[in-house]
Write a protein that binds this ligand. Structure first.
Ligand SMILES: [Zn+2]
Length: 550
């Protein structure tokens, strides 16, 4: 059976790949697209890295696999804690291959820390705590760690500061992105040379990071456009990734090749929305006078800005206890719970609203019997929201039960929002920090804002897939498929039965062989998740903050 090579490009979009392939700038992707099948890949809601990659490798929706975001609410509190790979309760590609007696290598796939005992090698994703990088505990088997060190030295996870980009920051960031691509490629190629794997999967994060921070240099139509030396930054990163794909495809002759992204990317405009202010305008939320929020935010930002990265986590803990608790304070500190029916954590990558539900929230005031009508009030408040030109702010409000099915639906916020684009550009959903206008424009001084302040590139729901090589038909462009369709497609290409009961279907028009279906030999794993300890939580908070998610 042909081996499979899966190359993940975080945040890669056909909106960029298409034109650049036509111009001959991405020769490898162009060749694979001509020889195989390709199209758009619809991501999860939210189109965010953790739930999306986990749906891609499990073939099921987040309500079933259990990874809905980087964080989850600690039950009975307003606090958050970080999730990790052990929260994934549905079998991943590598679990299925291992069970079938195949050999697999898994390299820097998001939401894979702690590493899992696959038949082969696993190097965990960017969320691995820094201490794990020091002692090798992000690698399975641990005995592979010395070899990894020898091969690539330190594996960069893109954990550079992204606050208020100072002069020189972009050049340094770009250099680190190229370095990260080179090291991952070197590692994956060495693994391919090491033994004949049945499957190797590697994910590159650079396509996502570069889109977040360099979109305004690339796109002359962006309201935040600035001409300058980085006009080509995104294209150069895509070109480096194209070359990396060429290297790996050449190192895996006879393989079935899948290039996939977890979501797409696009520009963020100059419109800012503050969800909690909108809820306040509509009588659903009341701001209080809580200095804790501001103090916690300042302490954290200050600590992260001045302290070298390896020390940040320790300092965070000393200053304010567990980072999960601090994160809760930071996001929700300014709210008077006794007069609040609904509220949002105001995450840029994951706009949502929760009810302040009695018995669930510690200071909840909405009785369960009034939950439905209160949700309807919130939905109306968001649906009716218009900008000065009468354009809707919110494209669609989803109740969580409309998009998720499975045992973990209740981990999701009550309402998930798809924001409307304005002229093709995203709004930035930013923290309210007290009363004020719910809708505003970024000031020009904020156009280059770092994480948490409205980065100039944002996620889009449509990513991409390209299939080529052994077992793939040369059919060109296909209609949009869902991200949960990837896993059954990969299993088909690997010559395995497709388990019945997945949410996804094989992308049949792309497959030379008709997929075979069979009863799933693996049940979802009943063992509960293992939350990170406080130390790891602090490190993860620092890393996600540096990457721009918090
Ligand atoms: Zn992503």
């Amino acid at each position: 059976m042909a081996p499979i090579l899966v190359i993940g490009l975080d945040g890669a979009t056909l909106d960029l790949v298409g034109p650049w392939v036509k111009q001959g700038r991405l020769p490898v992707l162009g060749r694979l697209m001509r020889e195989g099948a390709w199209g758009r890949l619809r991501s999860t809601i939210p189109a965010a890295t953790f739930p999306a990659w986990t749906s891609l490798v499990t073939g099921v929706n987040p309500g079933r696999h259990g990874i809905l975001d980087f964080t989850e609410r600690v039950p009975g509190t307003y606090r958050l804690r970080f999730v990790n790979g052990s929260y994934r309760r549905a079998p991943a590609m590598w679990t299925r291959l291992t069970h079938a007696g195949r050999r697999v290598a898994v390299v820097t796939v998001p939401a894979t820390y702690p590493p899992e005992p696959v038949a082969g090698i696993m190097v965990s994703g960017f969320e691995s705590p820094l201490s794990a990088a020091v002692d090798g505990s992000f690698v399975h088997p641990r005995s592979f760690y010395p070899e990894l060190r020898q091969l690539v030295g330190r594996l960069p996870f893109g954990d550079f500061q992204q606050f208020d980009p100072a002069p020189g920051w972009h050049a340094r960031a770009l250099e680190r992105l190229f370095d990260g691509i080179a090291r991952r490629t070197h590692l994956a190629r060495a693994l391919l040379a090491r033994e004949p794997w049945d499957a190797l999967m590697v994910v590159y994060g650079a396509s996502d990071t570069v889109a977040h921070h360099f979109w305004r240099f690339h796109d002359p139509c962006s309201p935040r456009y600035v001409a300058g030396p980085f006009a080509d930054a995104i294209a150069r990163v895509y070109e480096a990734l194209d070359a990396a794909i060429g290297t790996l495809v050449a190192a895996a002759p006879g393989a079935a090749v899948a290039i996939v992204s977890d979501h797409g990317s696009g520009g963020a405009g100059d419109r800012v929305i503050h969800l909690n202010r909108r809820l306040a305008e509509c009588g659903l939320l009341t701001f209080g006078r809580d200095p804790g929020r501001r103090v916690a935010g300042l302490l954290r930002a200050g600590a992260l800005r001045v302290v070298p990265h390896p020390l940040q986590a320790r300092l965070l803990r000393r200053v304010a206890g567990a980072a999960g608790r601090l994160e809760g304070v930071h996001r929700l500190g300014g709210i008077e719970w006794s007069r609040t029916l609904a509220y949002s954590e105001e995450l840029d990558y994951h706009p949502h609203v929760r009810l302040n539900l009695a018995r669930r929230e510690p200071e909840g005031i909405v009785p369960a019997a009034r939950a439905d009508e209160t949700l309807a009030r919130v939905v109306a408040a968001l649906d009716d929201w218009r900008d000065d030109d009468g354009r809707p702010i919110v494209r669609r409000v989803w109740r969580r039960e409309e998009i998720y099915r499975g045992p973990f639906v209740e981990r999701a916020p009550d309402l998930l929002l798809e924001l409307a684009l304005a002229g093709g550009y995203s709004s930035s959903c930013l923290p309210s920090a007290g009363p004020g206008p719910a809708l505003r424009r970024l000031r020009p001084s904020e156009y280059g804002a770092g994480r948490g302040r409205g980065m100039n590139g944002a996620h889009r729901r449509e990513g991409l897939f390209v299939l080529a090589g052994a077992g793939v038909r040369s059919v060109g462009e296909l209609a949009t498929v869902d991200i949960v369709d990837v896993l059954p497609t990969l299993l088909s290409l690997a010559g395995m039965d497709v388990p019945l009961g997945l949410d996804g279907q094989p992308i049949a028009p792309a497959l030379a062989a008709t997929p075979r279906f069979a009863t799933d030999p693996l049940a979802d794993d009943p063992v509960g998740p293992v939350p990170f300890d406080d130390e790891t939580t602090g490190e993860l908070a620092a890393r996600l903050e540096a990457l721009g998610y918090l």
